[in-house]
Design a protein around this ligand. Sequence first.
Ligand code: NDP
Length: 475
Amino acid sequence: MAAHQDKRPSEERKHKSTQNDPRTPQVQWGRAWEVDWFSLASILFLLAFAPLIVYYFIMSCDQYQCSLIDPLIELLTGNKHLSDIWNKTPMLTYRAAGIYTLWVTFQVFLYVFIPDFCHKFLPGYVGGVQEGAITPAGVVNKYEINGLQAWIITHVLWFANAYYFHWFSPTIIFDNWIPLLWCANILGYAVSTFAMIKSYFFPTNAKDCKFTGNFFYDYMMGIEFNPRIGKWFDFKLFFNGRPGIVAWTLINLSYAAKQQELYDQVTNSMILVNVLQGIYVLDFFWNEAWYLKTIDICHDHFGWYLGWGDCVWLPYLYTLQGLYLVYHPVQLCTANAIGILMLGLIGYYIFRMTNHQKDLFRRTNGNCKIWGKKPEYIECSYMSVDGTKYYSKLMTSGFWGWARHFNYTGDLMGSLAYCLTCGFEHILPYFYIVYMTILLIHRCIRDEHRCFSKYGKDWKRYTAAVPYRLIPGIF
Ligand code: NDP
């Protein structure tokens, strides 16, 4: 098969013959990542502290009006003990456990049992059965893309309840926020641990497992590439989008409902958060098929980072602005509101257009127009684990000629806009932009490490042609 696909000149075949040499960086693509001391230290830090960080933020809002400093001062001055804070923290309740179980079960039901019908009547929407990217073992997985449908059904039911059925209060999420945190943690740890055990005893595809030999690294970053139960229940697709991202907009709606209940009004800042983050979430589901080609799905293995991160970190920390606005209802002046809206929309435009340009370029194999011209690119090659040689292209036109990750720049502009809606009284709402900056810079470096190990010298040619990562001329 390798010989059949390898139709390039002898110089490139010589390149292929070095593939089993461990000194050749390309052999590391998608597997055998070396666990250096920095990665290990970061992993241990995150495993130990990420759950505490989430608890600290949510507790600060619940007990200290979203001040991150006051609990520290009280603890350091001896005014309060850890036990005082813990004793005031709402515990797990049967009600929260019931709500959460129903929620996750409903999302599993929508994912597994309702095939997509949106693509049949929404022009331009790509849903139904779609193929993912090729894995290092040379497998191409099929996915049922029905996230938009799940989002629509869930939200129609939410509004039907709020305005017609009144089965439960629209503030239900806010009212049970900390008890639900314990439920999300239980699911996050359970699914990560299950994924680890599964990878040893019944992996979906043994050739796509990555064992580094370091227990903590394997638990955190995952061993199995695409763990599945049955033919269709894909852990990464499910946990990446549902239940966390479907919940994102509902959580914000619940915060808006709480503002209405407490202050008899919904502030323009809360509306901005709901609108800007709503666009981001809808964009995610509209482009769910495209997300099959992003790092989360096509490069990351499934472990605690994705499992716990999607269940706890994302719904709790990505929604801090709305939570903050329940405690501090900021009413922005019109000029500020418009300025923030523009920043959010321009950021979104850059994020979407950059992603779209790469998608169009890759789908048409470069036979398209970017900003009215035929795109320029660098030809590159790589090998799968069985030694088969593949060819690819790295575009150097459009936003991809400005910087190597201009999509992240747009994402960061949008993230900053969410934070600015909250004014400048507290630092808590700004956690998101700080976190996203660290996440995306780290992701950039991780991706470039991977691309270098995949494309070798071709990647170097690309970085010489596009020397900046996020901001042209600066970084
Ligand atoms: P990208 O969409 O930028 O994908 C990177 C991959 O694209 C590379 O690994 C490489 O893959 C390919 N590639 C790189 N350069 C080029 C080029 N010049 N031409 C063609 N292909 C290229 O990264 P992500 O998957 O991380 O991000 C997708 C989106 O999701 C981004 O907009 C990001 O902002 C967003 N995001 C949001 C997060 C959040 O929490 N809100 C978290 C993470 C991402 P290949 O191997 O195919 O060559």
